[in-house]
Design a protein around this ligand. Structure first.
Ligand code: ADP
Ligand code: MG
Length: 453
């Protein structure tokens, strides 16, 4: 993804080039189109991933069109928890907006009122403020929000931690209800969710996986498979390996999870299924047994697998690839717990190639091709050509160089991560989503006949 493809105003593109940015970070390529489309947004991504530009660039883009309202008040208001952050945001607004004529003002605690009053009485396009001081000015009737179009809460989690929730709500209430509201935070859980419900209208959610979710201690392997029989042979090979202490095998459907668990059990393995059709009691019993080592192979669907934290799990096996790239990250995170190393194996047929690429784009990592002697795929998918077969370490810094471009098509952390989310109809999905309810992809047909294969 390039900045050009985001359809930002050419003056802004120029400022981006001057800033030395060559391509948007994951949060930028996800968030900017959503903001430009006028949606409210709640977004989380790790520190240092370029969230400021993710909201400032589309905000500036909007400012390039004159306001229809005749007043001098701010069109964009950014609230930040601290003065330091407000200053940074203000600097960013000036940097990215330098080729546009925008007036930015910051209103921070600890600064003299007379100067602030003067600044507020002139034309303001972007106002960056800490909540406490801004409230003072609002209470004194010094701020005209009549042309405010956008309210941005930066580091909303910290604002809540610092006890600014009431101030933030009060400020929001002083702005027009027609505004667009963006919330950026390290997390979107708990109180942030509640705040968002009160201040945002039908928001899109974007969550970019955090660094610690990148699972550097997990070796990601790929096996090309010809057909279901080939998958079953490979699985048998893997589960008889003595290095495999405990494993979770993921299937797309509950039915497949049950059938595969039965098959493995019939072959003499201590295997069991775990999925959303089981009642909570049964699920808990299965998990306890897994934790105590009474189950060596758990066959599960995505919905049942969230949050399983069992240190003995040495392997995760994607018998079927997850439909959503984000689930891939959740799945492989079941191994390599508590600093241990783990192995994540994925089976993919030639039909899965596009999907595999999406997963790799999302994680910013290549999955390394493996073969088992005597079980090599008959057919090597075409996408094989650009693969180096080398896993590539992710370099977490925006603008940092990727160490080697193993896949040719996989361009580091700033690639279009999260693209698969759009398949779900929204920009991001949260919490529990039953894989079982997803429309069947090619996978289901592919599986029928497991029993005979
Ligand atoms: P966050 O708010 O997510 O912690 P910032 O917005 O402060 O991150 O950005 C962190 C650093 O990354 C800043 O130095 C910024 O200039 C830089 N940066 C932002 N976007 C890009 C990009 N697309 N390419 C390279 N560097 C970027
Ligand atoms: Mg920030």
């Amino acid at each position: 993804m390039s900045f050009e493809s985001l359809n930002l105003n050419p003056s802004i593109l120029k400022a981006i080039v001057e800033s030395g940015y060559t391509e948007p970070t994951a949060i930028q390529s996800e968030a900017i189109p959503v903001v430009l489309a006028g949606h409210d947004l709640m977004a989380s991504a790790q520190t240092g991933t370029g969230k400021t530009a993710a909201f400032m660039l589309p905000a500036l883009h909007k400012l390039a069109t004159p306001s229809a309202v005749k007043s001098k008040g701010p069109r964009v208001l950014v609230l930040t928890p601290t003065r330091e952050l407000a200053t940074q945001v203000n600097d960013a607004a000036r940097k990215y907006g330098k080729t546009l004529r925008v007036n930015t003002v910051s209103i921070l605690g600890g600064m003299p009122y007379p100067l602030q009053n003067k600044l507020l009485s002139g034309f303001v396009d972007i106002l960056v403020a800490t909540p406490g001081r801004l409230i003072d000015h609002i209470d004194r009737g010094r701020i005209d929000f009549s042309r405010l179009e956008m309210l941005i809460l930066d580091e909303a989690d910290r604002m809540l931690d610092m006890g600014f929730i009431e101030d933030v709500e009060k400020i929001a209430a002083a702005t027009p209800a027609s505004r667009q509201t963006l919330l950026f935070s390290a997390t979107l859980d708990g109180n942030i969710g509640k705040l968002a419900t009160r201040l945002l209208k039908d928001p899109k959610r974007i969550q970019i996986a955090a660094q610690q979710d990148r699972h550097e201690n997990i070796e990601q392997r790929l096996h090309y498979v010809d057909d279901l029989a080939h998958k079953n042979r490979l699985l048998q090979h893997l589960v008889t390996d003595t290095d495999l202490k405990q494993a979770i095998v993921f299937t797309s459907t509950k039915r497949d999870a049950d059938m595969l668990a039965e098959d493995l059990f019939a072959q003499g393995h201590s295997a069991a299924a775990l999925h959303g059709d089981m009642n909570q009691g049964a699920r808990n019993r299965t998990l306890t047994k897994l934790r105590r080592g009474g189950i060596r192979i758990l066959v599960a669907t995505d919905v049942a697998a969230r949050g399983i934290d069992v240190p003995g799990i040495s392997h995760v096996i994607n018998f079927d690839l997850p439909k959503f790239a984000e689930d891939y990250v959740h799945r492989i995170g079941r191994t390599g717990r508590a600093g241990a190393s783990g192995i994540a194996v994925s089976f993919a047929s030639h039909k899965d190639m596009m999907h595999l690429k999406r997963i790799e784009r999302f994680t910013g990592q290549n999955i390394t091709l493996h073969t088992v002697p005597g079980m090599e795929p008959k057919r090597i998918p075409r996408a094989e050509a650009p693969r180096s077969g080398q896993g590539r370490k992710f370099s977490g810094k925006p603008g940092g160089s990727s160490a080697g471009n193993g896949g040719g098509y996989n361009n580091g952390n700033r690639s279009a991560a999260g693209q698969p989310r759009r398949e779900g109809g929204g920009y991001a999905r949260s919490g529990e989503r039953t894989s079982e309810k997803r429309p069947n992809s090619g996978g289901a047909a592919h599986h029928s006949g497991r029993r005979h294969g």
